[in-house]
Design a protein around this ligand. Structure first.
Ligand code: ATP
Ligand code: MG
Length: 393
């Protein structure tokens, strides 16, 4: 069956009043971006309080649906067959032929739901539904009408043309990217941070990212893995500017100057400081990490507090209360899992102490950081200056 359009359903509760306009415009924009990667021509249009994708040319249905399934804000995707308006009798025939094509052996319960966008249409919606229902019963003697809990709802929209649909493919929900500002994701090669980025993006937040790279201790392949993860997240979030920070000299310096059991915490404090620098530069309103309470020594409440202390922007940690297994499930759903588990080294793991502190004392940490006074500013400046920016789309 050839579908000429998609009717896009979105959650309307969250978008009353003047927000509605902003929401719909952002949705249309993100849909256009998503469909630009699909072969064929698509026209995304707002029409009388609805959003449609019209498909005037031949196109790959599966690919188009896959692309739309990644656009936040979409709750349902309904493939539509469009018929010319050639009078009511023809409409009845068209709807019956839709049923015959789509559900040749239909024997369940159904209802017809008619909506007249064209109010001048001479027959009321109720009558249209009743008449068409009758014709369907004639063509499908095994079928029956159930207006309360039907197996199939056949929607007929009367516009300039007649739109017929009966299926809703589930969308990702959430809010369209661009309706909620921008935040900076600390993206490592692990399982958690891509999921964290996805979750915040789902609330309409545009995303940039920063990755701390420690050559030669971390390889080009480890960096490529992060680029690949950013690409997977970008399928949902849209383009990401990925900042690759050369972190080696800072890490080595901390390693030389500070107690090894405090290394991870101090290192993470520097990561946050650098991420915040780029966040502010890019106009981001927060940081995002994949931290989850108790997962590792650096994610106890004490450690999180110590890391958080250096941040002035809010830090969003959407997986904070999730078990690893729950995070893994989302990463499988969004297709980042297989990439995340590739076995490349991470800059955090290389210098990790045998017995890292799990209850860092802030006074002690401050004292240790004093030992970095001599060179740290210079090293930070160098790290900022040599950061490579990769545009991911
Ligand atoms: P993930 O699966 O996200 O790597 P993790 O369990 O390995 O998480 P940590 O290594 O302690 O946890 O890192 C916690 C968070 O700090 C990560 O989720 C990520 O947001 C950030 N982070 C850690 N290492 C890096 C890095 N090399 N570059 C950028 N961000 C990082
Ligand atoms: Mg990690």
């Amino acid at each position: 069956m050839i579908f000429h359009a998609f009717l896009i359903k979105y959650a309307e509760i969250a978008i009353k009043g003047k927000n509605r306009y902003m929401f719909e415009d952002a949705l249309v924009k993100q849909m256009r971006i998503a469909l630009s990667n699909v072969e064929g021509e698509f026209e995304v249009k707002k029409e009388q309080g609805r959003v449609y994708v019209f498909c005037p040319e031949e196109y790959d249905f599966e690919e188009a649906v896959e692309a739309l399934k990644k656009v936040f804000g979409i709750v349902g995707i309904c493939p539509v067959v469009i018929y010319e308006d050639q009078g009511f009798e023809q409409m009845e025939k068209d709807v019956v032929s839709y049923m015959q094509n789509r559900y040749p052996d239909f024997s369940g319960s159904f209802k017809v739901y008619t909506r007249r966008a064209k109010k001048s249409y001479p027959i009321t919606s109720m009558e249209v539904s009743a008449q068409i229902g009758g014709k369907i019963l004639e063509a499908f003697p095994q079928a029956c009408v159930d207006v309360h809990d039907p197996d199939l709802t056949l929607s007929v929209e009367i516009r300039d043309k007649i739109y017929v649909y009966s299926e809703t493919i589930k969308g990702p929900g959430g809010m369209p990217i661009g309706t909620n500002g921008k935040a900076m994701l600390l993206l490592s090669g692990g399982i958690d941070s891509p999921v964290a980025g996805y979750m915040i993006a789902k609330r309409g937040v545009k995303i940039d990212a920063v990755y701390f790279h420690a050559p030669p201790y971390t390889s080009e392949r480890a960096k490529q893995k992060v680029v690949d993860l950013a690409k997977l997240v970008a399928k949902y979030s849209g383009p990401i500017r990925l900042h690759v920070v050369n972190f080696t000299d800072i890490q080595l310096y901390i390693y030389d100057q500070c107690p090894h059991e405090e290394l991870t915490i101090i290192m993470r404090r520097y990561m946050m400081r650098i991420a915040e620098h780029f966040a502010k530069e890019a106009g981001c309103l927060g940081l995002i990490t994949g931290e989850s309470i108790g997962q590792v020594a650096s994610q106890t409440l004490h450690s999180l507090a110590a890391t958080n202390e250096v941040c002035t922007l809010p830090v969003y940690r959407p997986v904070i209360g999730f078990d690893k297994q729950e995070i893994v499930e989302i990463s499988k759903e969004i297709d980042t899992f297989e990439t995340s588990i590739l076995p490349f080294e991470d800059c955090c793991t290389i210098f990790v102490a045998k017995h890292p502190v799990t209850k860092p004392n802030l006074k002690v940490i401050h004292r240790s950081e004093m030992k970095l006074e001599e060179k740290i500013d210079e090293l930070m400046e160098e790290a900022l200056k040599t950061t490579e920016v990769i545009e991911i789309s």
